[in-house]
Design a protein around this ligand. Structure first.
Ligand code: ZN
Length: 656
């Protein structure tokens, strides 16, 4: 591992210990082999006068909730060193009391909570302290004989600390182990099964000692030949099975989850290993990963539902075995899975959560293979992992997350999403937490909906093959499909039946009717595996109240309504709800060009302004009004409604 230190960059921090601390903390954070997603912590000891002018000895230690890669000065909590050092002398201290005492010893009450390792940082008699969960160091300690290897690599330069729970117990252990230690002779510590510390009185030495510890471990692995990893091409992914897996995980967790498949060569290769089910289920790389990944993954076989049941039973047994009777069992769903032949799956309520898990899984798969070369992957005992998973500080966070957005973890597909009602629906679904596939014939759709949680796809809905491919891309990206807003439409120019051109008629039928049937057919197999699956068809007021000159449009929309009614009957047994919206006079949509608007207004003998509000309530209906209702119909409010037709038209005597 290379040191990223730059004299030039560090020069701008000269003389400011906290600035240097921010700088080298970020250097650590830039190397994911050292710390991942909030892991690890750093500190610096300084003296500063308080408001009375008295000099205070302070420990600036990483605050919880901050990530080393992006930390700023405000991410460090200033805590009085004497208080932390006295805490290390206590015989016992609960983690809850420790957090309170640390907060009480802070000189800035607006700073974040100090890291749970603050006491440990305080008793190390050097100005700068780095703590990482370096993959290679932990990998070596997670093997039979790992302690001997660590000793052989580092000799007496490093203090070896047997595994104990992080927090006060760890600080206390180190306090006792180092009572008679000459600190000037050591430059770091290896915490078996957990990570590494390095320290020094200047920022550069402290940081580079960590890099050196890691480089030496890397050298050992290289020498031992632990540098090759499995690689394979993924098998063809069965998307229905992917949706089934996601549904089973969602059921186990009691809320909608997304499933992200890593079918890259490294993950597919790992999933293909003959003993993958044994080596992948021995435990995590380092105990704090358990909060995000749980102890072990689910191994997906031929029957995902059965595999999930088995996982849930195993998890319950693990909880029952280790609980003291006063703990609340967390949800029993896995956070990741191995799909032999295809790769690794990550499950999250959001793509962000699934992405963090995928990163950790990527590192874990490498570590397991390296440790196997060294003689066998050995994670910490179940009981140790359980203690971290059910840590008092974690349990106290339960139920404090606030209400989740309505569509968190859900996957929606909207057609005709580049403008008007479709665009408003896609935006509303995104705002309410859904992942959204947005389809439109207008190629602008790909830039309009371009992000982690949305997938804009150019698609002519009358092209059956493209439509089916777009549905498949949606499932592949997010793991399943729960909501379909079938909205794509075209408003053909006013033509009386006697003068109807066949092309006008056929186009309206193709876009306004047949494409919806094709979409529904393509989506049903996935919706059957959806979480509270729902279809909303955007029809028209012209269905209950047609007007002359609009037969091509009205007949297609009437057919669409009938399609939805039959679909509601056919799909009720699988739990799929199908409801219909009849909007009218929604003028901020693509079909209402100024020309059409003027022609319809003239047809009724009204001005354009009068025409816009020519309803009983005298209100203008916007595409966002329709989107809000469409989303409500796709959500929990309509969980017990199917086959319904709801007008949104400001009130119309002919409809009423
Ligand atoms: Zn740690």
């Amino acid at each position: 591992m290379e040191s990223l230190w730059s004299d030039q960059e560090a020069g701008s921090c000269k003389g400011d210990a906290l600035k240097l601390r921010v700088y080298t903390s970020r250097l650590l954070g830039r190397q994911p082999e050292l710390v991942l997603h909030g892991g690890g912590n750093t500190s610096v000891k300084t003296r500063a006068p308080d408001l009375f002018g008295d000099q205070q000895e302070l420990l600036y230690v990483k605050g919880s909730g901050w990530d080393l890669a992006t930390i700023e000065a405000a991410g460090f909590a200033p805590v009085r060193l004497d208080a932390l050092r006295r805490m290390a002398e206590l015989e016992t201290l609960s983690d809850g009391d420790m957090v309170h005492m640390q907060r009480a010893a802070m000189t800035d009450p607006t700073a974040p909570n100090p890291s749970v390792e603050a006491i440990l940082h305080a008793i190390i008699p050097f100005a700068f302290v780095e703590h990482t969960h370096a993959d290679v160091v932990v990998t070596i300690t997670n093997t039979d004989g790992g302690e001997d290897i660590i000793r052989a690599i580092y000799g007496e330069r490093v203090l070896i600390v047997p595994y104990v729970m992080p927090g006060f117990v760890l600080a206390k252990k180190v306090y006792e182990l180092t009572r008679n230690v000459d600190w000037s002779k050591i430059e770091g510590m290896v915490l078996l099964g957990h990570g590494a510390f390095s320290f020094a009185d200047d920022a550069k030495t402290s940081y580079e000692r960590m890099i050196r510890l890691v480089s030496e471990a890397e050298g050992y692995l290289k020498q031992g030949g632990a540098t090759s990893f499995a690689s394979a091409r993924s098998a063809t992914v069965d998307l229905i099975k992917l949706a089934r897996i996601r549904k089973a995980v969602s059921d186990a967790r009691g809320e909608a989850m997304l499933a992200s498949l890593d079918d890259g060569k490294a993950a597919a290769g790992f999933s293909n290993l003959a003993d993958v089910d044994a080596i992948a289920t021995r435990g995590p790389l380092t105990p704090d990963h358990v909060i995000r990944t749980k102890r072990i993954p689910v191994i997906v076989g031929d029957d995902p539902e059965e595999d999930m049941q088995a996982y849930v039973s195993t998890y319950r047994a693990y909880f029952e075995q280790h609980t003291d009777g006063n703990l609340t069992c967390l949800d029993t769903a896995p956070r990741w899975g191995i799909w032999p032949g295809c790769g690794a799956l990550s499950f999250g309520r959001s793509l962000k959560e699934a992405g963090i898990i995928a990163d950790i899984v990527g590192h874990t798969m490498r570590a397991i293979q390296q440790a196997e070369t060294l003689g066998g992957w050995q994670a910490l005992a179940e009981k140790d992992i359980f203690e971290v998973e059910y840590w008092e500080l974690e349990q106290s966070k339960l139920g404090k997350g606030g209400a989740a957005p309505e569509f968190q973890g859900k996957v929606a597909l909207v057609t005709g999403a580049a403008s008007g009602i479709g665009r408003a629906c896609a935006e509303t679904l995104l705002a309410q937490g859904a992942c959204v596939a947005a389809l439109d014939i207008n190629p602008d759709i790909t830039s309009l909906f371009d992000g982690d949680t949305c997938l804009g796809m150019t698609c002519d809905v009358t092209d059956d093959a493209r439509l089916a491919a777009a549905v498949e891309s949606t499932v592949r990206r997010f793991g399943g499909l729960d909501i379909v807003i079938s909205n794509a439409g075209v408003f053909t120019a006013s033509e009386r039946i006697a003068d109807m051109r066949a092309s006008s008629w056929d186009k309206s039928m193709a876009v306004n009717l047949s494409s919806h049937q094709r979409l529904l057919s393509a989506c049903i197999p996935y919706l059957e595996q959806g979480v509270d699956p729902a279809v909303v068809m955007i029809a028209s007021k012209n269905v209950p109240a047609p007007g002359p000159g609009a037969s091509a449009y009205s007949v297609a929309k009437a057919g669409l309504t009938q399609l939805a009614r039959v679909a509601a009957l056919e799909l009720a047994a699988t739990g799929i709800r199908v409801n219909v919206l009849h909007p009218n006079q929604v003028f901020d949509t693509a079909i209402w060009t100024q020309e059409v608007l003027a022609s319809r207004a003239a047809h009724y003998g009204l001005s354009v302004e009068e025409y816009k509000k020519s309803n009983l309530l005298k209100v203008e209906v916007t595409s966002h009004d329709v989107a809000a209702l469409a989303c409500a119909m796709a959500g929990s409010l309509f969980a017990k409604t199917t086959g319904a037709q709801v007008p949104i038209d400001g009130g119309n005597e002919r409809v009423i």
